[in-house]
Design a protein around this ligand. Structure first.
Ligand SMILES: C[S@@+](CC[C@H](N)C(=O)[O-])C[C@H]1O[C@@H](n2cnc3c(N)ncnc32)[C@H](O)[C@@H]1O
Length: 333
């Protein structure tokens, strides 16, 4: 039985609104008609001068949206459940601490139940090696880890088990696209499945984007994505970008999304960047010493014969308790 007030039909809507603004409408039960009055569930003992009664009201069925509330893991481990995870197309990629690994399957199933758009859930075991490929393991759902991810009007086909893809960089990709002027020559030195070239080609008008990656699988996705999105100005190239870039025409803009070691490739990029052109270089560095990192980089490039200035350095995400991933907009002077 649920505590409620009996209200004449004519004033029911006004009373309901007053209950909401007073914070005492009981939203866990459904309002219902009883002859010529309306029974409205309340959370307090009384409301104004209305008759208070107990009635059999149907409970409101609410779909749970937070997987942490239904994941079948011991109570003492619940606080370890991650509050965020990556969604790539119709798969979720979740990283969790070792203590939760025995509960991977209930965690995956809880995610599938609360997020109906998901087809499968993968456990993230970390990004490895030069090709930055993620080791992942299916913990719930069906099918393979290949998926179609939609972002700012383009579709990126990718398999995170075969090629790196970071859905959290979508805003950065759009930022770069908005900077591109008509007829630019652009090089993406570490393109993966080509999300930067696709978003740029969709939203601006460069003359050509050379999209390079060392990983054969990434280049295969790149080629499928160029075809699927009907992009006419993206050229997929498989190879080591430090060698490939030497064969390409000078660029107005170079994208360098290899945050562990992109700075080692900066001299190669600068050798093929037009004067006044920009390199967007991703870099993991200590937060506390990030200004020093910039001055050291400028000095190191000067020693190699390149004058540069850093127009912008922005934090993209936290990497560890003391380090972050940054993007630096580096202009060749
Ligand atoms: C962090 S991922 C970036 C992928 C892509 N830009 C994205 O946003 O999804 C770095 C990529 O660089 C590629 N890579 C690493 N070393 C390379 C090199 N020397 N030349 C070309 N590609 C390289 C890896 O295979 C990987 O796909």
């Amino acid at each position: 039985m649920t505590l409620c007030i009996r209200v004449p039909k004519a004033s029911a809507e006004d009373v309901r609104k007053r209950l909401i603004s007073s914070g005492i409408l009981n939203t866990a039960a459904k309002i219902r008609t009883d002859e010529d009055s309306i029974l409205i569930p309340i959370l307090s003992d009384s409301f104004e001068n209305y008759d208070v009664t107990d009635a059999d009201l149907e409970p409101v069925h609410r779909e749970e949206t937070d997987y942490r509330n239904i994941a079948d893991v011991p109570d003492e481990l619940k606080e370890l459940l991650p509050n965020s995870y990556d969604v790539i197309g119709d798969i979720a990629v979740v990283k969790f601490p070792d203590e939760l690994i025995p509960y991977a399957s209930p965690i995956g199933n809880a995610l599938l139940r609360t997020q109906p758009s998901l087809r499968a859930v993968m456990m993230d075991l970390g990004v490895k090696g030069e090709l930055r490929v993620r080791e992942i393991k299916m913990i719930a759902g069906a099918g393979t880890s290949e998926t179609h991810h939609k972002e700012f009007g383009v579709t990126v086909i990718v398999d995170p088990a075969k090629a790196y893809f970071n859905p959290r960089l979508s805003t950065e990709r759009m930022r770069i696209a908005s900077l591109v002027r008509d007829n630019e020559t652009i090089i993406d030195m570490f393109a993966g499945a080509a999300p930067f070239p696709l978003v740029i080609s969709k939203h601006s008008r460069p003359s050509v984007i050379y999209s390079i990656d060392l990983n054969d699988d990434a280049v295969e996705f790149m080629e499928r994505n160029i075809k699927l999105n009907r992009m006419k100005n993206i050229i997929a190239i498989c190879g080591d970008s430090s060698a490939v870039i030497k064969e390409l025409p000078p660029a107005d803009r170079i994208i360098m999304n290899l945050p562990h070691s992109a700075d080692a490739f900066l001299p190669d990029a600068l050798s093929n960047l037009k004067k006044g052109g920009t390199a967007h270089m991703h870099k993991i560095t200590e937060r506390a010493t990030s200004p020093e990192y910039v001055s050291e980089l400028v000095a190191a490039m000067k020693e190699k014969g390149y004058a540069i200035r850093v127009d912008r350095m922005a934090e993209l995400k936290t990497y560890s308790p003391t380090m972050s991933v940054y993007v630096l907009d580096i202009v060749k002077e």
